[in-house]
Design a protein. Structure first.
Length: 206
């Protein structure tokens, strides 16, 4: 867990020391409608306690300089309840499930820029989950809808070709179906939301 905080700190330090550009305009020769990207949270795969086997690919389109829609595809596993807040219980031994869940998650997102690089966004992540027990035997399939609300800042560099978006988010899951009973027992003590979720998206405009 400490390593994850270190990676986040390094990424944010990089952002603070990067030149900032103003928000794009349609008549600006550097304005690009399409982008692809991912997230620096991929570095969490180096976590030795709870490696998420995380993969994320983003593709987006700027409807206007202020309005952006994007599609994100994510794949990961998780072995601890997602409602455990930051603190001593996060990834702590004994708080984990008796197994793990593997998810495939197509995600739709809308992003609104308000002033210079400041933006808000909403992400709807559709998690199709495969549950396995401690012996790695499949015990069921499920579905969870995760809604995340973000406040962030976009930093652009190299003539607006590349961007980095540190953000903070609040996630909750209003729909959660077919969770195995052995998993429900573990997660009942935790809320169905997670606050202060870091976001570290990056991308390439074209």
């Amino acid at each position: 867990m400490q390593k994850r905080f270190l990676w986040i700190g390094l990424a944010l330090a990089f952002a603070v020391n990067t030149p900032v550009a103003a928000q794009d305009r349609k008549n600006d020769s550097t304005f690009k409608r399409w982008f692809i990207g991912s997230t620096f949270l991929l570095l969490g795969n180096f976590d030795k306690v709870n490696p998420p086997e995380f993969v994320q690919i983003n593709a987006g389109y700027r409807i206007t300089p202020k309005d952006v829609v994007s599609f994100e595809f994510k794949r990961s596993i998780y072995s601890w309840p997602l409602g455990i807040p930051w603190g001593p219980s996060f990834d702590a031994k004994g708080e984990n499930y008796p197994g793990h869940a593997r998810i495939l998650a197509p995600t739709l997102a809308y992003q609104r820029f308000w002033w210079k690089g400041i933006y808000t966004a909403v992400h709807a992540l559709n998690a199709f989950e495969k549950y396995k027990d401690a012996a790695n035997k499949k015990i069921g399939n499920g579905y969870t809808l995760y809604l995340t609300y973000r406040l962030g800042y976009q930093i652009k560099f190299f003539k607006n070709r590349f961007f980095f978006e540190p953000s903070i988010g609040f996630t909750h899951w209003p729909v959660r179906n077919n969770v195995p009973e052995t998993f429900k027992v573990v997660e009942r003590k935790w809320p169905r939301y997670f606050a202060c979720e870091p976001g570290l998206h990056f991308g390439f405009n074209f």
